[in-house]
Ligand binder design. Structure first.
Ligand code: CA
Length: 229
């Protein structure tokens, strides 16, 4: 197996050296970027396995880098930032970051986060190889673009199906409102939030005909989660 390729995006030379030295001595390959524009370019041309991203970059906010990468790729992004405010964490997670590391961090902590991300990636690869998703009575045939409850095909609109696939792909994880609207409409205006509520309500009416089986959990003010049955 190839050594994982890590894209290190950090404008502070001292932190960058600490990270690359750690990666080098732990059998990772790496490439570096010093600002947002070159990070986005490197992510697209070199297709790294994991991105380590500083949020405070000279040319743009790291959250914007996450949004731009997420418009075309699900590559794992671990945010590294000196900022400890919750608002920044939520903004980064909302934009699609996978994990968060606050400076100053230890080398052991960095390596642990990388291993967790690699394991999740390996598990996802195994799953995405399966054409059929199953959870309780629900099954999704990704190739055919159909979902079934028991033996019956659910009559879903394209948006409802997309929503169901997003929740299924990250079953067990809370997906924020902003994440879902960004994935579906590429924006997160108040009108998108309203549309999301409407589509989620119609999806749930079709999916949860049996009142005893709840597939989707609402997290008020945060988002939705598919429960593992
Ligand atoms: Ca910085």
């Amino acid at each position: 197996m190839n050594k994982p390729l890590i894209l290190v995006v950090e404008d502070d030379g001292t932190v960058r050296n600490l990270i690359t030295t750690t990666l080098k001595s732990n059998e990772y390959r790496f490439l570096t970027a010093f600002n947002g524009e070159s990070a986005i370019a490197a992510a697209s041309t070199r297709q790294p396995d994991i991105v380590l991203l500083d949020l405070g970059l000279p040319d743009m906010d790291g959250v914007e880098v996450i949004r731009r990468i997420r418009s075309w790729s699900q590559m794992p992004i671990i945010v590294i930032s000196a900022r400890s405010e919750d608002a920044d964490k939520i903004a980064a997670l909302d934009a699609g970051a996978d994990d968060y590391l606050t400076k100053p961090f230890s080398v052991a902590e960095l390596l642990a986060r990388l291993r967790v991300t690699q394991r999740r990636l390996a598990a996802q690869e195994g799953k995405s190889g399966e054409a059929i998703f199953r959870n309780g009575n629900l099954s999704i045939d990704y190739g055919a673009g159909c979902a079934y409850l028991g033996g019956d095909q659910l009559k879903l609109t394209p948006t409802e199906f997309k929503l169901l696939c997003l929740l299924a792909k990250d079953a067990g994880k809370v997906l924020t409102h902003t994440y879902l609207t960004e994935k579906i409409w590429g924006s997160s205006w108040e009108s998108d939030m309203a549309s999301l509520r409407v589509h989620m309500a119609t999806l749930r009416r079709k999916l949860e005909k049996d009142p005893d089986t709840q597939y989707i959990q609402t997290h008020i003010g945060i988002g939705y989660r598919m429960l593992k049955i």
